[in-house]
Write a protein that binds this ligand. Structure first.
Ligand code: BYC
Length: 312
């Protein structure tokens, strides 16, 4: 091991952040680009299921809250693309990988949001799972990623509350509203558990990512914490989680839960989920429709720089 690598390892061991200009192993850089860009894509594609409901929100207040949330997701994507760019990958390359279907993004966004209650379940469960994972990432070893996560987590906790608030309101409403809330929870529960990734035994990157402190807890550890956190919250709603095997285990001091359908997870990751094609088509359309904005911004920047040069 050469001196540079020894120094890198000593910084990781001492909980010091690795910064953009520091030497780092090529595999560390590649792994971070992979994870951060997938994370950025998830934020951007994650705008779609909720964006669809902005015009159908049941009140002005709910509409403005949802609008703010979806805008936040766009902002999170941008912070994360910036963090990935510090590792030497270009924004154009990352976006091209997303639009051509080469890059992965979170499996969760390939499910449809079919009722207003889905806005509640997404906020409570999907953002809840995202926070569980992302709070850990505030302590990730790469400085620009860790700092982006601090801000993202603050906004995500507002997102989770707005989702829970929607479900709480529906749970106190009419019988039809309660049923709608329960149905949304039934559909989003298992996909939310899949967000944490494959089981530790099946996870390709976990061992190395844990050793480099990119990840600070494993997929199964975070999934278990999420299950433990969700049970008392669903009890307050007076609703239930769709898992007959969910049971407190006094020895483990955790809830046991049923088997995740990993075939469904793998199928979605391969691009065959209910909304994969639709999500990519929507992103491609948005990108094409926005071409004139990029062209105008580039022309303006060029004009500004030529004016500056001629004045100088
Ligand atoms: N979906 O070795 P593993 C959000 C892939 S929240 C699709 O365990 P790793 C939001 C994985 O990429 C969601 N693919 O991987 C919330 C790998 O494939 P490659 C985004 C998945 O990286 C609300 C392979 O399976 N959050 O944005 O160690 C509203 C083997 O997995 C998934 C983040 O991205 C999945 N669920 O651990 C709007 C958090 N799970 O790359 C937006 C940051 C695994 O070898 N990311 N795969 O082809 C992470 O913490 C980690 O990347 C993961 C996976 C825990 C997700």
């Amino acid at each position: 091991m050469d001196l540079l690598e020894q120094y890198f390892n000593s910084k990781i061991a001492a909980e010091e952040k690795i910064e953009a200009k520091d030497w780092m192993p090529e595999e560390y850089r590649k792994n971070l680009i992979r994870q951060i860009s997938q994370h950025a894509h998830s934020e951007i594609v994650g705008m779609l299921p909720e964006g669809n409901w902005i015009t159908r929100a049941p009140s002005l207040k709910r509409k403005s809250i949802l609008l703010a949330k979806v805008q936040d997701e766009g902002g999170h994507g941008l912070y994360l693309y910036c963090a990935a760019e510090t590792l030497g990958v270009s924004r154009e390359q990352m976006i091209d990988d997303l639009l051509t279907g080469k890059a992965k993004y979170s499996s969760i966004f390939n499910y449809p949001a079919v009722t207003w209650a889905d806005m509640g379940a997404i906020g409570w469960l999907v953002d809840g799972a995202a926070i569980m994972n992302q709070v850990m990432l505030c302590r990730t070893s790469y400085g620009p990623y860790a700092r982006a996560m601090v801000r993202i987590c603050k906004e995500e906790s507002f997102h989770q509350r707005q989702g829970y608030d929607i479900l709480l309101t529906l749970s106190k409403g009419t019988e039809i509203q309660r049923k709608m809330a329960q149905d949304a929870i039934n559909r989003w529960w298992w996909p939310s558990l899949m967000m944490f990734g494959p089981s530790d035994a099946e996870s390709t990157h976990s061992n190395q990512s844990m050793a480099w402190k990119i990840k600070r807890a494993t997929n199964d550890e975070l999934r278990q914490r999420f299950v433990d956190m969700s049970v008392p919250q669903v009890e307050i709603l007076g609703l239930s989680l769709p898992d007959p095997k969910l049971k407190w285990n006094p020895e483990r001091k955790h809830y046991d839960y049923g088997e995740i359908n990993w075939d469904e997870f793998k199928n979605i990751i391969k691009g065959n989920g209910p909304c994969n094609k639709n999500r990519l088509a929507s992103r491609n359309k948005a990108h094409d429709d926005g071409a004139w904005v990029r062209e105008a911004a580039t022309a303006y920047a060029y004009k500004k720089s030529s004016t500056a040069k001629s004045v100088a």
